[in-house]
Write a protein that binds this ligand. Structure first.
Ligand code: GLU
Ligand code: ZN
Length: 313
């Protein structure tokens, strides 16, 4: 079986250079190994996802010369996620959670100030077999989210770029959500089911998701799927060391295209910052395939100043 990678953008805005960089490295890794590349639109957040942003992402990738072999849209796949949620439910590992965000925040210890939320297990039933009885008659009148029970043990894996990692899910996140109270599928369930069913063998993405991998590995194991290789990337940051964000106009691919910059200029600068080439010269993605090697990509986050002139007003 040939290797397969993927790019899985959430269509909540126009691509910015941080997304382009992730897409480029995933694509180069695949093409340099003769593998297949999947484009998967992760439009599970009904409030934030827009069809027109998905179209824009496709257009931007074509413009950049990053071609894909297979294409999926997560909002088409609800029945598949339902099936795997039920598999986990039948194992007695899921339960309904009625907590509001405020309820969850109220149980947080003050030191968990890195933004991480550790669910305290408030709704975890003592008798799991009774978890799903009477869910229509809950005193709050609310619909529940579905959470999965996590074990109090270390989950270890070797990231292909960052090496050995180990996380205790009970301490890191607690029982986590598979389906939100409004019915939306959680990223963790969808990403595992999709990567497994699509035959993805290599997951390349920003290191902001490095510690999501253990949650995903837990689900892979429970569902009997083989885990892919994870290869996380250093983040692109501004000179103040903050992760590039989409509010900055000079990083927005739409603005960069509007100002007349060429795809080779965008690819060349990003490849230079990623360590793949020694000079920031214009180059096509295709021309980089033979140059690509993970050894050149640094471990430290990559600080970049303004990369392109755009029309500011
Ligand atoms: N859709 C996720 C995001 O845009 C990426 C998920 C992944 O690569 O696993 O942040
Ligand atoms: Zn709860």
């Amino acid at each position: 079986m040939p290797m397969k990678g993927r790019f899985a953008p959430s269509p909540t805005g126009r691509m910015h250079l941080g997304n382009v960089y992730s897409a480029l490295l995933s694509w180069l890794s695949v093409r340099s190994q003769g593998g297949a590349w999947v484009l998967r639109i992760e439009d599970l957040d009904p409030q934030r996802s827009r069809r027109e942003f998905a179209r824009q992402i496709e257009d931007d990738l074509r413009w950049l010369g990053l071609d894909w072999d297979e294409y999926f849209v997560q909002s088409d796949r609800s029945e598949i996620y339902t099936h795997y949620l039920n598999v986990l439910g039948q194992k007695g590992l899921t339960y309904p959670c009625y907590c509001t965000r405020a309820d969850i925040m109220a149980t947080q210890a003050p030191h968990e100030s890195d933004g991480r939320i550790v669910y305290a297990g408030t709704c975890r039933p003592k008798q799991l077999e009774e978890a799903w009885l009477n869910i229509d008659a809950h005193p709050s009148g609310r619909k529940p989210a579905t959470r999965i029970i996590v074990p109090d043990e270390e989950i270890s894996f070797v990231d292909a770029h960052y090496g050995e990692q180990s996380v205790n899910l009970a301490r890191h996140c607690g029982d986590f959500v598979l389906r939100r109270a409004d019915g939306a599928w959680a990223y963790q369930l969808a990403v595992v089911v999709d990567d497994a069913l699509m035959g993805i063998t290599e997951v390349v993405r920003g290191r902001d998701l490095l510690l999501s991998a253990p949650q995903q590995i837990y689900l892979y194991r429970l569902l009997g799927f083989e885990t892919p290789t994870f290869c996380h990337l250093p983040l692109l940051c501004n000179l103040a060391g903050q992760r590039l964000c989409k509010r900055d106009k000079s990083l927005d691919l739409g603005e960069i295209r509007k100002a007349g910059h060429l795809p080779e200029a965008v690819i060349g600068k990003l490849a230079f910052y990623a360590g793949i080439i020694d000079h920031a010269e214009p180059v096509s993605a295709q021309e980089l395939v033979s140059e690509f090697s993970w050894n050149r990509v640094p471990l430290e986050d990559i600080l970049v100043g303004p990369l392109f002139e755009v029309n500011e007003e």
